[in-house]
Design a protein around this ligand. Structure first.
Ligand code: ZN
Length: 385
């Protein structure tokens, strides 16, 4: 569907007015993509594990393997034989593509991905869709420090959770990432208290998926993705980033009891955003919210709610923008969130560089003539203070 060898943009695209305008008003050195996944098949000594039973849309093993074959014949031939490495090489190419259009400093925050653990605190590989160890993520980021920062992923039920967090901190992790429904983490459990205490004392933000998850299955504990369950972390003083602003799915309104009615997860995120004492603590990332199944009223609301923008972080959820059925430029045009004139260029950029595609697309989003503030894209300031 696309050829990764084309990461270097043709001149006419690199110089395109739409691309240049996307960088206007931004300091490239502060532009970090705050949400990117490091995946692979584990064919290096990365320690990556992919559950052979995985059938999800984003099957990391299959995806990486496909990339590897597409990469064959590209400039990095000397490194072929490793899907893990080809995946990282591909990300270099894409970052270089962005840097070429906007200037040095742009980086990706790469996420490690923890296993599921059972309630007894034991790793549960049968229920883990994939596992990307902290050590591999850290080493990848360190080896390519020009392009990458990294976020650790540590399960709070692990007996050695605090040691692992301490190791992550020493290893330069800029955040910790959880996907509670897949990992079997209840963010409202008191079992998380020591973990929250560590994060709060060390000012390490927690990036948490909330709302429905379709890309990554695992423990299937959907109720753990309820945004309201994050109050415990917020009240403990942790800076929490709600991934995708919880823009997909429904959760019980727990403020009406454990069996409260189902409402849009996004409404619960919104409720938390209105709590005064959570200002400076609660944030949202806008990764993936332009996806076909997330765009619509929630995306319009995010664009139009200017008072949220200082609390929003851009991220691509890479590699998702590379998946053709998931994102549709035409759909965004039909919702009047994108000018029709931008569509052909965006589609062409996408063939070359899904990261640049995601960035230029979001810079062009409009709803009732409002746009996302520049600060949404300058996320470095959130991580480095
Ligand atoms: Zn993600």
């Amino acid at each position: 569907m696309w050829n990764p060898c084309l990461a270097r943009l043709p001149r006419k695209l690199a110089d395109h007015e739409l691309v240049r305008a996307a960088w206007e008003g931004l300091d490239a050195a502060n532009v970090w993509d705050s949400h990117a996944h490091l995946i692979g098949t584990g064919d290096s000594n990365s320690g990556i594990y992919v559950n052979p039973r995985t059938e999800s849309l984003l099957n990391p093993g299959e995806y990486a393997r496909r990339l590897f074959f597409l990469n064959a014949g590209c400039v990095h031939e000397e490194k072929k034989g490793s899907v893990d490495r080809a995946y990282v090489e591909r990300m270099h190419n894409l970052c270089d593509g962005l840097i070429a259009t906007g200037g040095p400093g742009f980086k990706l925050v790469l996420f490690a991905f923890e296993r599921a653990f059972d309630d007894g605190g034991q790793p549960d590989l049968a229920r883990s869709m994939f596992y990307v160890p902290d050590a591999y993520t850290r080493d990848t980021a360190k080896q390519h420090a020009k392009y990458f920062e990294w976020a650790a992923s540590v399960h709070p039920y692990r007996a050695d959770a605090l040691d692992a967090l301490d190791g992550a901190k020493k290893g330069g992790a800029v955040a910790v990432k959880w996907l509670p429904s897949a990992m079997n983490i209840d963010p409202a459990s008191k079992r998380c208290d020591a973990f929250y205490d560590f994060l709060s004392k060390n000012d390490i933000p927690l990036i948490v998926h909330a709302g429905e998850e379709r890309a990554v299955t695992g423990s299937e504990k959907h109720e753990y993705g309820n945004p309201l369950r994050l109050r415990r972390a917020l009240e403990a003083g942790v800076r929490v980033v709600v991934a995708h602003c919880a823009s997909l799915g429904e959760d019980r309104d727990l403020d009406k009891g454990e069996a409260g009615p189902y409402v849009a997860s996004f409404l619960l995120f919104e409720r938390l955003m209105k709590v005064k004492s959570f200002e400076g603590r609660l944030f949202g990332d806008i990764s993936a919210i332009t996806q076909r199944d997330r765009a619509g009223p929630n995306l319009a609301r995010v664009i139009e709610t200017g008072e949220w923008h200082a609390r929003l972080l851009n991220g691509s959820d890479y590699p998702l923008p590379g998946l053709m059925p998931v994102f549709s430029v035409d759909y965004l045009v039909s919702l009047k969130l994108l000018p029709e004139s931008a569509a052909p260029v965006l589609k062409e950029i996408r063939l070359h560089n899904p990261l640049l595609f995601d960035f230029v697309l979001k810079r062009n989003l409009r709803s009732n003539s409002k746009a996302l503030a520049a600060s949404v894209f300058e996320t470095r300031r959130f991580f480095v203070r």
